[in-house]
Design a protein around this ligand. Structure first.
Ligand code: P6P
Length: 356
C-alpha cells in the first residue's frame, strides 16, 4: 500500500528543497490548509447552519456583487487564521476594497497573502462546487508593514499559489514552484492526503469552457476562435466538448486534470471597460502560476498573465487558460482580427501602478 502522505508532510518535504528556509513559508501553507478544512465543513453544512443565501445586511463587495454569508465567513476565517502568526505583513482579499494591515498587537512577517475566500459564491444556494483561491508574494517594500507595492507584483514573482475546490470531495491544489500537487480531504481523519502528485495538463485537450450566452458581445477574433474550437472554422478539427460550470475553480480544476481551455474574454461592450470579469490579483495570477507549473499557459489575449505589472488591487483581466497550443491560437485569432480591442486593452494593461 502506498504511504499516506499528508499535506503537512508534503510541505515539509518541499521545504527541504530550500535549506535556507525558516519554515515560516511551510507554516503558512498549513494555516491555509486548516482554514480550508473549516470552510469545507461550513460549506457542507451551509444549508443546515442557516448561513445559506445572501448576507442579512445586504452588504456588497467592491464589484457591487451581493456578499453571500459564506463569503464573509470564509474571509473572516482566513484572516483570523493568519493575522497573528507573524508570517504575513499584509493580507489582500477580494472581499476588501483595500489592503488589510496586520493588527498592531501582532508581529509582522515577510509574505503577503492575496485570496478570493469563496469564488463562485453565487452557486452556494444551488449546491454547485465553489472554491478558495490564494497566492503568496514575498515582501519587497522597506519598513515593517506591508504596502501595495508588496501586493502589486507580477505573477512571475509568486512564492506559491493554489486553490481549494469544495465539490463532491474537498481538494487542495498548490504549487510552491516545484510542480503542482493535489490533496484530497479525508473528513474521517480531517487530513488532506496526497492524491494527485505532479499534475500535468494532458497534451490533448478535451473541453472548452466559456459563457457563450455573451457571444454577441465578444470580439470577432474570440468568436472565430470559438468556431475553430468547435471544428466549424479552419481545417475542420475534431470539436472539443463544451463544459461550463460557472464556478471558476471547478472549471479550471476539470481542465487541469483532463485538458482544456477556459476563457473569459474582454470585449468592447462598455466604453473603457475592455478587461472582462476575472480579477488579476485574486483569481488570474494564482491560476496562471499553477497552469504554468503544470505545463499549460495563461494569457490575457495579448501576452502571459504572469508578466503583467498590476496597477490596481482590484484590476480586471481577460483570461485564456489551459492547454498552451489552444491559448496561443486564441492570441493569434485576437491579433489578426481585433486591432481596436488590442489597442484599447494594451493602454489599460500598461497603466502605471499607484503605490501611494
Ligand atoms: P459568468 C463567479 O462569480 C465567477 O467569478 C467565477 O467563479 C466564474 O468563472 C465566473 O464568475 C462566471 O461568470 O458571467 O459566466 O456568470
Amino acid at each position: 500500500m502506498a504511504p499516506l502522505i499528508t499535506i503537512e508532510r508534503h510541505i515539509l518535504d518541499q521545504q527541504r528543497l530550500y535549506p535556507q528556509s525558516t519554515g515560516a513559508f511551510s507554516q503558512m501553507l498549513y494555516d491555509i490548509a486548516l482554514s480550508a478544512k473549516i470552510i469545507a465543513r461550513e460549506t457542507t453544512r451551509a444549508g443546515l447552519a442557516g448561513i445559506l443565501g445572501a448576507s442579512d445586511d445586504q452588504s456588497m463587495n467592491v464589484y457591487g456583487e451581493q456578499q453571500q454569508k459564506l463569503d464573509i465567513f470564509a474571509d473572516q476565517m482566513i484572516f483570523k487564521m493568519n493575522d497573528h502568526t507573524g508570517r504575513l505583513c499584509a493580507i489582500a482579499s477580494e472581499e476588501s476594497d483595500t489592503l488589510v494591515q496586520i493588527p498592531p498587537q501582532f508581529p509582522v512577517g515577510k509574505y503577503v497573502l492575496l485570496h478570493d475566500p469563496l469564488d463562485g459564491s453565487s452557486n452556494i444556494d444551488v449546491n454547485v462546487s465553489i472554491g478558495t483561491i490564494f497566492a503568496i508574494h514575498r515582501k519587497i517594500s522597506k519598513g515593517e508593514q506591508g504596502t501595495l507595492e508588496d501586493a502589486l507584483q507580477p505573477g512571475r514573482r509568486l512564492a506559491a499559489a493554489g486553490y481549494v475546490v469544495y465539490g463532491s470531495s474537498t481538494m487542495m491544489v498548490y504549487s510552491a514552484g516545484n510542480g503542482v500537487h493535489g490533496f484530497t480531504l479525508d473528513p474521517s481523519v480531517g487530513e488532506f492526503l496526497l492524491s494527485h502528485e505532479n499534475i500535468r495538463v494532458p497534451n490533448r485537450a478535451k473541453y472548452y469552457s466559456a459563457n457563450q450566452g455573451y457571444e454577441k458581445y465578444w470580439t470577432r477574433g474570440v468568436r472565430r476562435f470559438t468556431k475553430w474550437l468547435q471544428g466549424i472554422e479552419g481545417e475542420g478539427r475534431e470539436p472539443l466538448a463544451h463544459r461550463y460550470i460557472g464556478s471558476l475553480v471547478a472549471d479550471f480544476h476539470r481542465n487541469l486534470l483532463r485538458g482544456g481551455i477556459f476563457y473569459y474574454p474582454g470585449d468592447m461592450q462598455k466604453q473603457g471597460d475592455v478587461a472582462g470579469k476575472m480579477r488579476l490579483m485574486f483569481e488570474a495570477q494564482a491560476l496562471a502560476f499553477l497552469a504554468d507549473q503544470a505545463g499549460g499557459y495563461a494569457s490575457d489575449g495579448i501576452g502571459n498573465i504572469l508578466d503583467i505589472q498590476p496597477h490596481d488591487l482590484h484590476q480586471r483581466v481577460p483570461m485564456f487558460i489551459g492547454n498552451r497550443d489552444l491559448v496561443v491560437t486564441a492570441e493569434t485569432f485576437i491579433r489578426d482580427n481585433d486591432p481596436e480591442w488590442v489597442d484599447a486593452y494594451t493602454a489599460f494593461r500598461e497603466k502605471k501602478p499607484k503605490f501611494d
